[in-house]
Design a protein. Structure first.
Lengths: 383, 352, 321
């Protein structure tokens, strides 16, 4: 299928050395069970519905979306913490979805996670030194005095006082606890760190510190990040490429600056317009795009484009045909084309956005200069 | 400010808020240290603990007391131990500290030997049951699914099972003995712990640090015993302490019914059974074993309650608030007595 | 009707439980060397001749599964075997001994529930008052005492002095309702108190705790803010939510009650099923014990069904499943 190759960097082969993680058509459905003693499945939560991504070595892929968009689920699929319903996740060429737990274990050293809540991601009954040294203990890479030395080195690297080795998490502030989490993730020198909203629970001034730390570490150790957040400004600061998720699918993906300067997907436009602007004048002059309605339930996603019930630009085709994730120049010119191409790509966003191209999944992407607020007003409330 | 001016709770909150690194000047206290401090301050618990310790010492020293009084535990003393009518003698008579029983044996010495049995059964059975209960509860809670269904139903069945049926059945088949009692007490104790442990495990399992451990590659047993278990120790300790008196009462009841320790070996239970026939002539034979039994179980119950309160941080705030109120009231009284007007500010002296 | 299905399911489960318990008892007792079993069935004073007779009569030499089949067959027909010791069928023996036990259980349960809930509710509504504190002390003592100690103490401190002063109303032994209300209560009062005491203590604590927690909830604050009188707040709003968990606990405790029943019967000489079974242990009288096991299981099952029905009446959510 020609379309799928459009978004791999030109001149590179699929198993390019610069690509660390390939997510291919990953689907994750959670069954909804009902009934008492003998329960049966009555439906599925479509947490992740056919998502393909690429994470390059040493670079950061930002993943943005509302609650319920599936970004956390996707992160856990990439980390191998939950099994996928279908699709592949290739880490350094190895398909981790097929591995048993024993085979997965050595790979765990390469992929680590940092969690959102600094208060519940550390065991309150364990001392900090024990928490950070746990990776060493599990994978048996260092013991005794050597382990302690390495742990204290890590503590220093992330900005903690190594003498606090024996303290409990309760004795640290939120920002410090996140640093502990970072130290723990860093212990085994992984290649990929998945950051699941690592700064969302912190004060703004602390956020900057932690983000700077992550950036420093990336340069020093050549880490790759999958950075998940719902705050666009934060993502903009740290990411090389950004993907926007909505209801289990990718709506738009592009290099960071491209996305922010020239957003195409109406959802992205709405998100950006809602982000608080620092300058009050700019904020006043900005046109807010206010979306109507709530996010639909992932158990029963809308047909066609999932965003169409709330989209100010929605037309009839949007409720019938699922748009493919393609760059602008590959966009079909007419409705019939759209239907045909969609059928060919089997209704799925099989494109692999490396972000070199700016890809959007929309039948009527926003063109520069277009005002969505006006479009929404003109249409009246979108049903 | 110096540390002594702040309450513990306030200090911890302040630490967390400021995120200061006070360079080791302040010692972080573990949960256990805090609990112990609160417990020490609770007079009732301290007394209860003292009583238990005394009882243990008495029990261990039972042979010594037998030697001191010169009365063997199973030996009858028809001459000194019975009066002219062949009835037991009362406390303090003829060197029998607490009197004699229906066959002229020293009640005091027998009580002490009975204490050995009660304490042994109570503590050891509960300890074994705790270990069993924790392991089963952890596995049921963590693994979920089929294992959980089986284990949870088993736990419920044991909890609901009338112990008397099994006691009688086992007594008939195997004959009453210490081993049978210990097996039964253990069998009926583990389920209570397993149920609580399972519940706690289910909720702890969802916490992020467990997910973090899994993402590090930790296996299930490592997570269960190194991550989940330390968070469980507090409630388990409380329940175990409260299970001990249950075990003691269980043993006493079985012995009373004749399904437990057989005479002539003394157990508080079978002594009371014997005493029920002769209380008209020997009230001490009924009263003193009952008293010892009551004091022991009461002590454990009070201690268990005390530990539970000591572990609950809410109690700390309650007690601190109470102290502050008392001090304010006292200060107010002193102020009015010494002529200070009501409008003047009264300094708050807050002692930790 | 949903209720009908609910009850039916419970009854079926109950039958399965009784079957399981009976089978367990059967295998526990009979899956042993033939001679041991025969000796126990024949009783202490049996000669080898009697023992052989027993083996033949009861078919103890047959394969165990055949025996099991006969056992189940007999069970369904209400035949619980024959006590060689007393020379009478077990089921008629037990039927004689049932009335004291039933009187004890019913009276004791009523007393336990009333005392437990009342004291618990009042303690919760007057938290930290003198009543609450004294109730707390009593509860603690009650929790620490074995049932038989309470019974013995009552006999020693209440029955004995009264009796020796000529007041014979309170008496040990059993007198059924047919003997008249006076004697009935006179004989049963102390046993009821003994049986109820420990359980009442437990339930006082439970209901007090539950009610205190519920009274702290926001929707109770709303009710008070609406201006409802306190009594209405408690009875209409708080009680139901507070007590449903306690009721669900009842099912479990009914099983524990049996232990107390046996002890109380022994202490007061009521001659009920429990006491007879304990004596049967001394006499190695196996058929009686098996009969007791089955009856006890049936009792627990029935009580649990009743409690479940009560729970379903209180909590509408339960009826749907």
């Amino acid at each position: 299928m020609a379309q799928t190759e459009l978004n791999v960097p030109r001149g590179s082969a699929p198993d390019d050395d610069s690509i660390l993680v390939r997510v291919e058509n990953v689907v994750k459905h959670f069954p909804v069970k009902a009934g008492g003693f003998i329960s049966h499945t009555v439906g599925h939560v479509h947490a992740v519905d056919d998502v393909s991504l690429v994470i390059e070595r040493g670079k950061t892929l930002g993943l943005v979306g509302e609650t319920g968009s599936g970004k956390s689920t996707l992160a856990r699929c990439v980390a191998g913490l939950i099994p996928v319903t279908s699709g592949r996740v290739l880490f350094n060429g190895t398909d981790i979805t097929k591995l048993s737990r024993g085979q997965m274990r050595p790979l765990r050293r390469e992929v680590q996670m940092i969690f959102q809540d600094p208060y519940s991601s550390l065991n309150p009954r364990r001392r900090v030194g024990s928490i950070i040294s746990e990776p060493f203990a599990i994978h048996k890479t260092a013991t005794g005095a050597e382990r302690k030395r390495q742990v204290q080195e890590l503590m220093e690297r992330v900005g903690l006082n190594p003498e606090h080795y024996n303290r409990f998490p309760a004795e640290f502030s939120g920002g410090q606890r996140q640093r502990i989490g970072v130290a723990r993730a860093l212990a085994l020198r992984p290649k990929l760190i998945i950051c699941d909203e690592p700064v969302s629970a912190l004060d703004v001034s602390i956020q900057a510190q932690v983000l700077n730390l992550l950036s420093d570490l990336q340069q020093e150790y050549g880490l790759s990040y999958l950075f998940i957040a719902h705050d666009l400004e934060v993502v903009r600061h740290v990411s090389d490429k950004v993907a926007v998720m909505y209801l289990g699918r990718i709506g738009e993906a592009a290099p960071a600056e491209d996305l922010y300067d020239k957003p195409r997907h109406p959802y992205t436009v709405a998100l950006l317009s809602a982000a608080p602007a620092a300058d009050p004048d700019t904020a006043a002059a900005r046109q807010r795009v206010i979306l109507v309605g709530d996010v639909p339930s992932p158990i029963d996603p809308p047909a066609g484009c999932r965003f169409h019930p709330r989209c100010p630009k929605a037309q009839e085709v949007c409720s019938k045909v699922e748009p493919a994730l393609v760059p602008d120049n590959a966009r079909p010119q007419s409705q019939d084309d759209a239907g045909q191409r969609a059928a060919e790509t089997s209704q799925s966003a099989t494109a692999v956005p490396g972000g070199w191209a700016h890809v959007t999944a929309c039948h009527f992407p926003v063109v520069p200069g277009e005002s969505l607020a006006a479009a929404g007003a003109a249409k009246g409330d979108v049903a | 400010m110096t540390i002594s001016n702040l309450t513990e709770a306030g200090f911890e909150a302040q630490q967390a808020a400021e995120g200061q690194e006070t360079a080791g000047r302040v010692e972080g206290r573990t949960q256990w240290q805090l609990t112990w401090r609160r417990l020490r301050g609770d007079k009732v618990s301290v007394i209860a603990l003292a009583v238990i310790v005394i009882m243990v010492i008495l029990a261990i020293a039972a042979p010594a007391f037998a030697a001191i009084t010169g009365h063997g535990v199973n030996t009858s003393y028809p001459n000194t131990g019975e009066n002219a009518y062949g009835n037991p003698v009362g406390p303090g008579v003829n060197g029998f500290f607490l009197g004699t029983d229906s066959t002229g044996r020293d009640v005091f010495v027998r009580i002490l030997y009975g204490a050995r049995i009660s304490l042994f059964v109570g503590v050891v059975s509960t300890a074994i049951a705790t270990v069993l209960g924790v392991v089963i509860g952890l596995m049921a809670g963590y693994f979920g699914g089929f294992i959980d269904t089986v284990l949870a139903r088993l736990t419920d069945a044991v909890l609901a099972f009338p112990y008397v049926i099994l006691a009688i059945a086992l007594a008939v088949v195997f004959g009453p003995s210490l081993t049978v009692i210990m097996v039964m007490v253990t069998f009926f104790s583990w389920a209570g712990i397993a149920r609580i442990v399972r519940g706690q495990t289910l909720s702890i399992k969802e916490k992020e640090y467990i997910e973090a451990a899994r993402s590090l590659g930790a296996g299930p047993f490592r997570i269960m015993f190194l991550d989940i278990l330390p968070n469980l120790l507090a409630p388990v300790l409380v329940i175990a302490t409260l299970l001990i008196p249950n075990a003691i009462v269980f043993e006493a009841t079985l012995s009373f019914l004749g399904l437990g320790i057989q005479p002539p070996t003394p157990s508080w239970g079978n002594m009371l059974a014997d005493a029920s026939n002769s209380y008209q002539v020997a009230w001490w034979y009924l009263a003193f074993p009952a008293l010892f039994l009551l004091i022991t179980t009461l002590a454990f119950n009070l201690l268990g309650d005390g530990i539970r309160d000591a572990m609950d941080p809410r109690t700390e705030r309650l007690l601190a608030a109470r102290r502050m109120r008392k001090q304010r009231a006292k200060a107010r009284k002193n102020a009015t007595q010494s002529g200070v007007g009501p409008g003047q500010a009264i300094p708050d002296t807050v002692n930790g | 009707m949903a209720i009908f299905g609910y009850v039916l399911r419970r009854v079926l489960t109950g039958i399965v439980v009784i079957w399981l318990v009976s089978s367990a008892a059967f295998f526990l007792f009979f899956a042993r060397p033939v001679n041991t079993v025969a000796r126990e069935l024949a009783g202490h004073a049996a000669t080898p001749q009697v023992i052989n007779e027993v083996i033949n009569n009861l078919g103890l030499n047959q394969p165990i599964m055949t025996q099991y089949w006969h056992f189940l067959n007999n069970l369904v027909h209400g035949n619980l075997g024959y006590s060689y010791f007393t020379q009478e069928p077990v089921d008629s023996m037990l039927r004689q001994d049932l009335p004291p036990t039933i009187s004890l259980v019913i009276g004791g349960t009523i007393l336990w529930l009333i005392a437990g809930f009342t004291v618990g509710i009042i303690s919760a509504t007057r938290a930290r008052s003198l009543f609450d504190r004294s109730a707390n002390v009593l509860v603690l003592i009650g929790l620490s005492m074995p049932v038989f100690v309470i019974g013995e103490l009552l006999i020693w401190l209440v029955f004995q002095p009264l009796y020796s002063h000529g007041l014979h109303w309170i008496d040990t032994g059993y007198a059924g309702p047919t003997s008249g209300v006076g004697p009935f209560f006179g004989h049963m009062l102390l046993p009821w108190i003994t049986l109820a005491a420990v359980q009442a203590a437990i339930y006082t604590r439970l209901s007090r705790g539950q009610l205190l927690d519920t009274l702290g909830e926001d929707y109770i604050r709303t009710a008070r803010a609406k201006g409802l009188p306190e009594r209405r707040v408690i009875f209409r709003h708080a009680l139901r939510a507070a007590l449903t968990p306690v009721v669900s606990q009842l099912g479990v405790d009914v099983g524990q009650l049996l232990g107390g029943v046996v002890v109380v019967e022994v202490v007061f000489g009521l001659g009920g099923v429990g006491q007879v079974s304990v004596q049967a242990v001394y006499q190695d009288n196996l058929p009686v014990i098996i009969g007791f096991v089955i009856i006890a299981a049936a009792f627990v099952v029935i009580a649990n069904i009743l409690v479940d029905l009560l729970y379903a009446a209180l909590d509408p959510r339960v009826r749907i499943t």
